[in-house]
Design a protein around this ligand. Structure first.
Ligand SMILES: [Zn+2]
Length: 454
């Protein structure tokens, strides 16, 4: 009896282990099957003579951006569209690993749990992807970059739909340059600068310094003034305003509009490194963001150990600070929407097995801070940059920046902001490398992009 009992226990244990294993396999297949199927060892999916027909990728108006005809992959028939949307749509070789064609290959190949990756009618059912991309605005933004490298992002802060996503350097996926690897002009072309790069922010960081002041002196931040004589010595070295401009006595509205470095360098030192660091982190610096399955390059802020002069430069977005365009756009969306941050997305038809987008409603600013920052940003455009730059009634709120990068290079020119408008709920971040001014370089891109959306 004893032996039989022991045997049954062993059998039961084996059965339990077996069923557990099967259960684990089934659950894993449902959750991970599309990723397994798309692994590089399934070479036939990627091969030129692949029997797997990839679905179409279309823009928000149904315009075809990529399609497969007789086993070959074709892209938009407009060269400018191909160049503008390379990093969003993707390439045939799979170099652009953050693109839709790479990250959503399972969906495009029609992978499903029943027939796997085979070319059956079931696989070709619903394997197209409709993007939220506005082709006209993306092309306008690309053309306004005027040959510069940079990053352009715009999204609807109410729905999360990304309408513009342009990165340069770029190349034509329909006519891949032979010197792609050697030619310095294509250096970094595989990277999507909107998602995978971070840049010196310059004056757009003054928003963070201002928000830290709101938190530290809720009743008196608006009343603080500092005198600007074009330059000031802090911590044994000078902090200067752009072109040595003398701004005189400045309050926060004037200092934001004039982008007065002296004001914000004083403010940063009165705040202290700790308060500025904490506020920056609250607003998304050093934080991980995720766009679909793509991890975003972090915006970096590290103020511990900074001396008074370095802290002054940090207050105006220099020192070692880096900002990522995707994060900046999300921050602008949060300010536009009273503090609520809606997760950006590139498509509405992801489907259950193809990476459902994670809901995220993390706070980047409080409602009160959002309203105060919006008022500062609106004043920048109304009283300093000029509403004439943008289509009528868009009510643009914005801040420019020129991030000095050294090495004898011209600065990174930024414009970040949003339309305070229910008809045009757009937030944007634009960065132009080696430009000649925030308004001149980045403002021109914003102007062209919004013009195409008007
Ligand atoms: Zn100044």
């Amino acid at each position: 009896m004893k032996t039989v009992g022991f045997r049954s226990i062993v059998l039961y244990l084996l059965l339990a282990a077996f069923l557990g294993g099967i259960g684990f396999l089934v659950v894993s297949l449902f959750l991970q099957g599309d990723k397994w199927a798309m692994q590089p060892y399934n070479g036939h999916i990627y091969a030129g003579d692949s029997t797997v027909t990839l679905g179409e990728i279309r823009d928000r108006d149904g315009g075809v951006l990529a399609s497969t005809v007789d086993g070959s992959r074709y892209y938009s028939d407009s060269e400018t569209t191909r160049l503008a949307l390379l990093h969003t749509v993707g390439d045939t070789e799979g170099y652009i690993s953050t693109s839709i064609q790479y990250t959503m290959r399972a969906k495009l190949a029609g992978y499903n749990i029943i027939t796997g990756l085979n070319d059956t009618p079931l696989n070709q059912l619903g394997n197209d992807i409709n993007l939220t991309i506005h082709r006209g605005a993306s092309v306008a933004a690309y053309e306004a970059l005027n040959g510069h490298n940079g990053a352009v992002l715009l999204y609807n802060y109410e729905t999360g739909e990304v309408l513009c996503k342009v990165s340069a350097p770029t190349y034509d996926p329909a006519d891949v340059p032979e010197d792609l690897e050697e030619n310095a002009a294509y250096k970094g072309a595989y990277l999507d600068n909107t998602l995978s790069s971070s840049f010196t922010p310059g004056s757009i960081f003054k928003l963070v310094t201002a928000a830290a002041a709101m938190e530290k002196w809720p009743d008196s931040w608006l009343d603080r003034t500092y005198d600007c004589e074009g330059s000031v010595e802090i911590g044994g070295d000078s902090i200067t305003c752009l072109h040595g401009d003398v701004h005189g006595t400045q309050n926060v509205y004037e200092a934001m509009g004039n982008s007065c470095n002296v004001y914000f360098a004083h403010l940063a030192n009165d705040l202290g490194a700790e308060a500025l660091q904490r506020k920056g982190e609250e607003m998304g610096f050093n934080r991980e963001f995720q766009f679909g399955s793509v991890p975003i390059s972090k915006s970096e802020l590290q103020l511990s150990g900074a001396n008074a002069n370095q802290l002054g430069w940090a207050g105006v977005g220099q020192y070692t600070i880096l900002a990522n365009p995707y994060h900046m756009m999300a921050l602008m969306g949060a300010i536009a929407k009273e503090g609520e941050f809606v997760q950006p997305k590139l498509t509405n038809n992801t489907g259950f097995f193809n990476g459902f987008s994670q809901a995220s409603s993390r706070k980047l600013v409080t409602g009160e801070e959002a309203r105060a920052l919006k008022s500062l940003l609106r004043n920048d455009v109304e009283s300093y940059y000029g509403d004439w730059m943008f289509p009528e009634s868009m009510n643009v709120c914005a801040k420019t920046g020129t991030g000095e990068v050294g090495e004898g290079k011209d600065p990174n020119c930024w414009m970040v902001g949003f339309c305070d408008s229910s008809r045009y709920p757009y937030a944007f971040a634009v960065m132009v490398e080696e430009g000649n001014g925030g308004i001149e370089s980045a403002g021109t891109v914003v102007s062209a992009m919004l013009g195409a959306l008007a």
